[in-house]
Design a binder for this molecule. Sequence first.
Ligand SMILES: C[S@@+](CC[C@H](N)C(=O)[O-])C[C@H]1O[C@@H](n2cnc3c(N)ncnc32)[C@H](O)[C@@H]1O
Length: 233
Amino acid sequence: MDHSGAETASIAYKAFTFDDKKNTQESLSVSIPEVLDPQYGMYVWPCAVVLAQYLWTHREELRGRTVLELGAGVSLPGVVAARCGAQVILSDSADSPLCLENCRRSCEANGLPDVQVLGLTWGDVSPDLVLLPELDFILGSDVFYEPRDFEDVLVTVAFLLRKNPRAQFWTTYQERSSDWSIQPLLHRWSLSCVDVQLHSFDAEKSELAGSTLPGRHTVHMMIITLNTEDVGL
Ligand SMILES: C[S@@+](CC[C@H](N)C(=O)[O-])C[C@H]1O[C@@H](n2cnc3c(N)ncnc32)[C@H](O)[C@@H]1O
């Protein structure tokens, strides 16, 4: 991994190490390149560390499964899923080539040449979305940060879950306003949501994977599935 040179002058590599000292001596270290740029998708967000911790603690379920990450940005969860043996597809907005470049850079930094990177814009039923392979899990870390986009995110998720009724959407949400809620939208799109307590996967800490990013932020982990009976499946 070459971290030098003019091209990488504004890139800083952040290391994350996940371990499992209670049960096994296994650990996983990944390195995520962050770019000095004001766009949202250039940094690892607190939600990403929490979702990555969830993936790490569920690594047995991921091996050999197909996983799509939405709004991946610098893709910490997607990289962890791939390093845990999942077949991963990373995506970010088709209108954000720099974010897509970040996805590719994160894969390069972690020796993941087989991870596919696609431009998928929430709410847009594009040929790339329609042509995705069968999915087992969909990931989204901090994709509910702009209320005007909430329904577009869920339209994409609902579309994918109708094609893959047994798949699950694993998502982390940072509480920024107590007025925001996705409940009515979940109902409209025939989706159910279960909250996963952070302590159940050792994530109720201000420091995770050697990173202080979670800090005092309030992050929720949710599993969203399709109400198959409501949609006649
Ligand atoms: C707050 S950042 C979170 C990035 C990353 N998931 C994380 O947690 O570190 C939100 C991400 O959503 C992406 N995004 C924003 N609008 C989008 C859209 N309409 N379609 C797809 N991705 C979008 C941004 O480019 C950015 O990467």
